[in-house]
Design a protein around this ligand. Structure first.
Ligand SMILES: [Fe+2]
Length: 251
């Protein structure tokens, strides 16, 4: 009974041309128009975007939630997708680990360098941060090495900030353990890093800060120095100390 009552109302709402002729049933709605062409979907592997180890707003107010959402969900995701596209074109590269790719990066296409570096750098970067004030302090062994090689922890922080400020354009600033076991501060352009065979200063990164504008511009605008100073509040020294213990003595 209800259908009989509603049927005239439905037809009354239909455009005349869409109304079925007597004795016919209503045609199904037309399929929506095909979407505009989009880039081919990236291969699913071999490289993957891991979840962030905390919520988007966990680092606020040092790093705001929108910056984190874009930085991880758009920028890092694009590096992973584009790296997978690049290695899909060369099956021999798809068998190599990310660090094996970086170690011979001078022989590989620019897309592997840019996106392989971008993936490795950001994957490390997320683990180096934690909620403000919860990252602990350098371990006694790491603090001793910092004091030995930079004079003191405050002196190290100043030198690290200066290296980040001096990096022209986009890039990264690093604390690395060199092959001889000493610590060094270095910076790299674009998405390069000290694991690449092209690096001026080679070593195992145990701390790194992203000085691309996408890392800080929403909150800090062009004030990179302020971002570098405030960033210490979210550094996960517990994790940095673990990386130092792992890298110490590693070739
Ligand atoms: Fe970044």
């Amino acid at each position: 009974m209800r259908a009989l009552v509603l049927a005239p109302l439905i037809f009354a709402a239909m455009p005349f041309a869409a109304m079925p002729a007597a004795g016919q049933t209503a045609a199904p709605p037309a399929a929506p128009a095909a979407p505009a062409a989009t880039p081919a979907e990236a291969p699913k592997g071999p490289h993957a975007l891991d979840p962030l180890p905390y919520s988007f707003d966990a680092l606020a107010p040092v790093i705001d939630a929108e910056t984190m959402r874009l930085h991880w969900g758009a920028h890092h995701r694009a590096y992973v997708d584009n790296l997978n596209r690049a290695v899909a074109e060369n099956p021999a590269l798809a068998k190599l680990s990310l660090e094996e790719l970086l170690a011979r990066i001078s022989t590989l296409p620019k897309a592997v360098r840019d996106n392989g570096g971008g993936h490795w750098n950001h994957r490390l970067f997320w683990t180096l941060m934690t909620a403000p004030g919860t990252g602990g302090q350098p371990s006694p062994a790491l603090l001793a090495a910092i004091t030995r090689d930079f004079g003191s922890l405050p002196a190290f922080r100043r030198q690290f900030e200066q290296a980040g400020l001096r990096q022209f354009g986009s890039g990264w600033v690093w604390l690395v353990v060199k092959a001889d076991g000493t610590l060094a501060i270095t910076s790299t352009p674009n998405q390069d890093n000290p694991l690449m065979d092209t690096a001026e200063v080679k070593g195992r990164p145990i701390l790194g800060n992203d000085v691309w504008e996408h890392a800080y511009y929403l909150s800090y605008r062009n004030r990179r120095g302020e971002y570098l100073q405030k960033w210490w509040d979210v550094v996960n020294w517990n994790q940095v100390s673990l990386l130092f213990a792992d890298a110490n003595g590693r070739p």
